[in-house]
Structures are given as C-alpha cells and as structure tokens.
Design a binder for this molecule. Structure first.
Ligand SMILES: Cc1ncc(COP(=O)(O)O)c(C=O)c1O
Length: 383
C-alpha cells in the first residue's frame, strides 16, 4: 500500500535493512556463482558525486559525454583499436542487442539469420526475439569452443553476422576468434565478439603470460565487441560496454531524439535516460587502476582458479568439466542435485542448472572462502 504519511529516514532505513537481511552479499564471500562483484570503493565515490548525470540528454551534460567518449577510446585501445565508436550501456545484454540490431539494419535481408555458438548467453535469445532475427546455433567442439566448420556450413544468403564468445558464461571458454574472423572476412560478414566477461580478463591474462587466442579488433573480421565494466571491471551495476569498429554501425541504430532539454541528438542506446555516473566510474576506474592495476586483479583471480581446480580434483566423486581457461571453474559431481541443494542450504550462492556447478573467481572471492567451501563440499561428498 502507498503510505499516506512519510516515515523518518532512520525508520525507513532500518526496515530496509531488516528486509534485505536475507540477501547474500558479495563482501560475505558466499557468492561464488556470479559475474558481478563488490565494486571498487573509488568507483562508489564517483557514483555518489556524479549521481545526477544523465547521458540520455548529453546536451545538458557535455562534459560527461566527453568523458564517456574517452572511456570508449580507452576501452577501444585495450581491444586493439585506435578509434572505436560505442557507449557505456546497461550491461552485456543491451550491448549484445545493439550489435545484433546494427548487423540486422545494415544487412537489409528479408529473413535475417545470426549464427552463434550453442554456448552463447541467453541475451541473444532476447535479441533474436525483439529484432525478428532467427538464431542459428552452431555446434561445439569437445573442448566447448564453437565448431568453426559448422559455423561456416550454416552461412546462407540470409546470414547477417556471426557471433564468437571470448569467455563463455558457463565455462569461461574462449572461441577460436581468429578462425571465425577469417570466415567472416571470406564471406563478407561482420563478426561480433561477446567479451562481456572476458574483455576485462583476457588482455591482462595475456600480459601475465597466459596463452589465450587473439579475440579483439586486431582481427580484421571483428566489427563489434561487448565488454562489461560491471563484471571484472570493478564498476557498480549498471555498466556494460559496446564498441564498434566503424561509425556506420552506430549510425545504423541511431534514432532522432528531438525534444531533449539539451537539444536534438541521435541516440543509439536502447535506454533513453541512462546513468552518466556509471560511465564516469568506468573512466575513473581505468585511470585509477591502469593496465597494471587490472593485471594484478586478474593475476590473483587466475592463480586462485588454478589452485581451486587442483583442490577440486582431489575430492572423490568430483570432476572438472574442463581445465579452467579464465577465472571460472566448473565441476560436476555424483548426485549433483543433492550436492547443489546441500551447498545452497549451507548458504553458498551457487547454481547447477547447466548440469554442473560453476564457480566464478571474482575479486571478492578469497582463498579462505574457497577453503570453507571445499570443507563443505568434502563433507557433503562423504555423506
Ligand atoms: C558472455 C556473456 N554475455 C552477456 C552477458 C549478459 O550480461 P548482463 O547480465 O550484464 O546483461 C553475460 C552475463 O553473464 C555473459 O556472461
């Protein structure tokens, strides 16, 4: 019921605290199956200071718009492109939808089809449905990367583009993007890389010496990339990123917004009013941490993943789905349903809906949390 009279701040706040007491929090270390994390304190500071900025009306917030452009420029350069075109958006879902929308609008075919790996995120299902694009699912290889030959065989006159994934949601697998890029170039099709998760991991992991395939704009077939600062970028939700190689992709999805207080603009994002503070936080975190700072975050996460995978392998009845590629470790067990239920009952934020339990070694996950988790898992497996 909508209250007749307002209550004091203290009263409202304590009610809210009571109501959310059952939430799992990132800083508790109990959330092991999420790609989000507790944001960096500096990013929180930025959000608080610039909370009123609206990038949906950039004519009012001209400075913020320039900062967003600089954030896109820095992300582009991380991804091997001198000048990219894009936006800080609400997340990987919006970024993927924008890419599919751009490909569809530029393709001009009557019955558009998009070829994507069976491991692709469900955001593409939303994109397909909203945009009237048929999804053509490509088979996976034994190592869970997409089968590039199957992708090629599925190309028709209706194909508007191809999707590759750099860090799959379930297993953190990186597709053979160089091979996909070659296929895309051969057939004159655009390749979208969903690096929503991997974008803030792979460049730094490569810098640390991990052997990972190229996945970004250095490959000429890659025309757009999703890269989410609200995953491994340490920026508060919502902060996704979409970057296009050329301006024509942005132009193809831009709509005239005629009545804004700051003046007419062409708007490419799905959301109209959108948080400027989060875009500023992306800029600020990149400036604050730099390549070396992110590399250190990724180093810890990658090392912890390898250690954790090794510990899992020692538990009877537990097996890895595959060796970790990024900082995601997925494992199966005997009696998976019972194990999942019992882990959840003990307060662990995990799920096994794909037929395995997926642990994402986000920056809030520390070794002591994992040791506790492993103790619980060992006990459950014995019982
Ligand atoms: C590979 C990939 N793409 C896209 C998304 C969607 O991102 P969001 O939840 O920020 O919309 C996710 C989310 O986990 C993802 O893992």
């Amino acid at each position: 019921m909508f209250p007749e009279r307002g209550a004091g701040e203290e009263e409202v706040l304590s009610e809210l605290r009571r109501k959310t007491a059952e939430d799992l929090t990132f800083d508790s270390g109990r959330i092991l199956g999420s790609m989000c994390t507790y944001p960096h304190p500096f990013a929180i500071k930025i959000i608080t200071e610039f909370i009123d900025r609206n990038l949906g009306d950039p004519g009012l917030h001209v400075g913020s718009r320039k900062v967003e452009e600089e954030a896109i420029e820095m992300l582009s350069s991380l991804l091997g492109l001198e000048r990219g075109y894009g936006h800080i958006v609400s997340g990987g879902t919006e970024a993927n939808i924008l890419a599919v929308r751009a490909f569809r609008n530029l393709a001009d075919v009557e019955k558009p089809e998009l070829i994507l790996p069976k491991s692709a995120h469900f955001s593409f299902i939303k994109a397909g449905e909203m945009l009237g694009v048929k999804l053509v699912w490509a088979e996976l290889n034994e190592d869970y990367t997409v089968n590039v030959r199957d992708v090629e065989e599925k190309i028709t006159d209706n194909t508007i583009g191809i999707v590759g994934i750099a860090g799959t949601t379930g297993l953190g697998v990186v597709d053979d993007i160089p091979a996909l890029s070659d296929v895309a170039l051969d057939y004159g099709l655009p390749l979208h890389v969903d690096a929503a998760f991997g974008g803030f991991v792979i460049p730094f992991a490569k810098g640390l010496g991990y052997e990972l395939p190229d996945f970004d704009f250095r490959l000429k077939g890659v025309k757009s990339i999703t890269i989410d600062p609200h995953k491994m970028g340490m920026v508060p939700i919502p902060a996704g990123g979409i970057i296009f190689r050329e301006k024509k992709y942005i132009d193809a999805i831009s709509v005239l917004a005629p009545y804004l207080a700051g003046g007419r603009i062409w708007q490419a994002t799905i959301t109209g009013t959108r948080p400027g503070a989060n875009a500023l936080a992306v800029w600020a975190m990149i400036k604050h941490l730099g390549f070396e700072g992110y590399k250190e975050i990724v180093r810890k996460a990658m090392e912890l993943s390898r250690w954790f995978a090794g510990e899992l392998k020692k538990i009877p009845g537990v097996y890895l789905i595959r060796e970790p590629v990024l900082n995601i470790v997925s494992f199966g067990t005997e009696n998976l349903e019972r194990v999942e239920e019992e882990l959840k009952r003990r307060g662990w934020g995990i799920s096994a809906h794909r037929g395995y339990i997926r642990i994402v070694l986000m920056p809030h996950v520390r070794k002591e949390h994992l040791e506790e988790f492993l103790r619980d898992l060992r006990e459950i497996m014995k019982g």
